[in-house]
Design a binder for this molecule. Structure first.
Ligand SMILES: NC(=O)C1=CN([C@@H]2O[C@H](COP(=O)(O)OP(=O)(O)OC[C@H]3O[C@@H](n4cnc5c(N)ncnc54)[C@H](O)[C@@H]3O)[C@@H](O)[C@H]2O)C=CC1
Ligand SMILES: O=C(O)CCC(=O)C(=O)O
Length: 487
């Protein structure tokens, strides 16, 4: 007898109800570690579904805005405590949907809980300033108001933290939201929204719908009743969203790519630098916008550093993120694997020397998934695609410099400016790095990835729309300032 196991269908969440798409069409969310594993069926929504979600958010916005911020914060505290109870289920789902290790997914869920609590507390903090007026009998101060309906468009690489770090501040500052997660991790998002549902948010305050980016995502960017859009993802899509928002006068915030450098100075603690480069470049299979992708090493220590880096890379165990011994999981999708392999080929064609890795990993059950070996190139020149373009995979380009000044010039010679690290024990080197490095996150003797929820996060140059997320910086995007003059 064969037992048929039905794949669970996940619905959209609109106006407080789990709702199928008007077309009833669904898409599959697949496990990149095992292409036979379907995690769930998610709605392939249309513009009509989006209109319903935006309508609900618009209807809910005035009542939500009129609550006190601390009352709104209470809902976030409740969502945090429900998420805390479901941490294992949600972390496991994230690992099955996008491949990162279970330890990383649990860490990310714990971070989501902390973000919810942080913004819940924000409901009790100040929103404005008293500014002296030139008129002695007047009182002048600033206050803040929400934008209204905020569209949230999120990627698959941090399927828990990114939706939460956008939704939590949007909500506590008084906006209602419509979120469209990446289809690759739509089930994880639905499980997060279940926590919000159980926390009792009024209908229409939180809405989620899944579907193609070109339909639902672009629809959010174009919708006249969406007052603000917050996006994380690729540069091409981000710029298109920015242009659509600008054309109709909506506020927007874009977090996009990185090509993050690590400089290893001659006076660095080399073991510390090797460990940080391994973590920064290969954790989450290199699929972080803050991942290390260029390592610029001073020539005096180049050979020693390279040897230690390659030796340490050999220790990496590749496998299913749910297995305890796995250090690095698969790429998040077949498309992502193909992108990484095509960049590796470009590196070879352009004349870089492959030191380790470079192939799809297919031994045994790995053949069922989208695994790639951790890869390091040397003899890279600055104009190569692997040195200039975001790969979003476990690939390092090693470059050599004769001085810290030259290393800085190389580090800045890309279109991106998200995150950058230097390993040095020399105070002058790190002071000039802080001054001269064109990046939104400057890290000294620490890996390039690693974001703290209470601090501003965002990039320079083509990495962002020059706005910042997280910490108090979120207030700048999710509210508008009103200057009040009273006489
Ligand atoms: N900065 C980051 O954290 C991320 C960067 N990326 C980069 O993007 C590359 C491609 O990954 P994708 O998942 O395809 O990223 P993407 O930028 O296509 O997707 C991100 C989000 O935008 C939505 N989207 C797609 N097309 C849209 C459109 N025309 N209008 C509005 N929304 C749209 C997607 O459905 C998803 O929710 C990666 O290789 C990586 O280089 C991807 C994910 C995150
Ligand atoms: O490094 C992190 O924790 C966040 C990185 C990020 O936002 C991203 O990769 O999209």
């Amino acid at each position: 007898m064969t037992i048929k196991v039905e794949t669970k269908r996940y619905l959209n969440f609109i106006n407080g109800e789990w709702t199928p798409s008007v077309t009833s069409e669904v898409e599959r969310s697949m496990n990149p570690a095992d292409k036979n594993d379907v995690i769930g069926l998610v709605q392939k929504s249309t513009k009509e579904d989006l209109n319903n979600a935006v309508k609900a958010a618009k209807l809910a916005k005035d009542a939500w805005r009129k609550l006190s911020a601390s009352q709104r914060g209470e809902y976030l505290y409740k969502a945090a405590s429900i998420l805390e109870k479901r941490i294992n289920d949600i972390a496991e789902c994230a690992t099955r949907e996008m491949g990162k290790t279970l330890a990383e997914s649990k860490g990310e869920t714990a971070r989501g809980i902390a973000i919810l609590k942080y913004y819940a507390g924000e409901g009790m903090r100040k929103v404005g300033d008293v500014i002296p007026s030139t008129d002695p009998s007047a009182l002048m101060f600033t206050t803040r108001v929400p934008l209204g309906v905020v569209g949230v468009i999120t990627p698959w690489n941090f399927p828990i933290a990114i939706p939460i770090w956008k939704m939590a501040p949007a909500l506590v500052y008084g906006n209602t939201i419509v979120i469209k997660p990446a289809t690759e991790t739509a089930v994880t998002c639905a499980k997060i929204i279940e926590c919000f549902e159980e926390a009792g948010f009024p209908p229409g305050v939180v809405n989620m719908l899944t579907g193609p980016g070109s339909v639902v995502g672009q629809g959010i960017a174009d919708h006249e009743d969406v007052n603000g859009i917050t996006f994380t993802g690729s540069n091409g899509v981000g710029k298109q969203i920015g242009q659509s928002a600008l054309a109709r006068g909506a506020k927007y915030q874009l977090e996009m790519g990185g090509k993050n450098p690590v400089i290893v100075a001659a006076d660095a603690d080399l073991q510390l630098a090797v460990n940080a480069v391994i973590d920064g470049a290969f954790r989450s299979t290199g699929q972080k916008c803050t991942a290390t992708s260029r390592v610029i090493v001073l020539s005096d220590v180049y050979q020693e550093f390279k040897k230690a880096l390659v030796e340490k890379t050999k220790e990496i165990t590749i496998g299913n993120g749910l297995d305890r011994d796995t250090w690095m999981g698969p790429c998040a999708s077949e498309g992502q694997l193909n992108t990484v392999l095509s960049y590796i080929n470009k590196g070879l064609e352009e004349g870089a020397t492959l030191l380790i890795g470079g192939k799809r990993a297919e031994k045994g059950t790995l053949g069922n998934g989208y695994y790639v070996e951790p890869t390091i190139f040397e003899n890279c020149s600055q104009d190569m695609a692997i040195v200039q373009e975001e790969i979003f995979g476990p690939v390092i380009a090693l470059l050599k410099a004769e001085s810290v000044e030259e290393a800085l010039q190389i580090a800045n010679n890309v279109e991106y400016g998200l995150s950058a690290s230097i390993f040095t024990t020399n105070i002058q080197h790190f002071l000039s790095f802080i001054q001269d490095m064109e990046a939104g996150l400057i890290r000294i003797n620490a890996e390039s990835a690693g974001v703290e929820l209470q601090a501003p996060f965002g990039g320079m140059k083509n990495s962002s729309s020059h706005s910042r997320e997280q910490g108090e910086a979120a207030k700048e995007f999710f509210t508008s300032i009103k200057t009040v003059f009273v006489k």
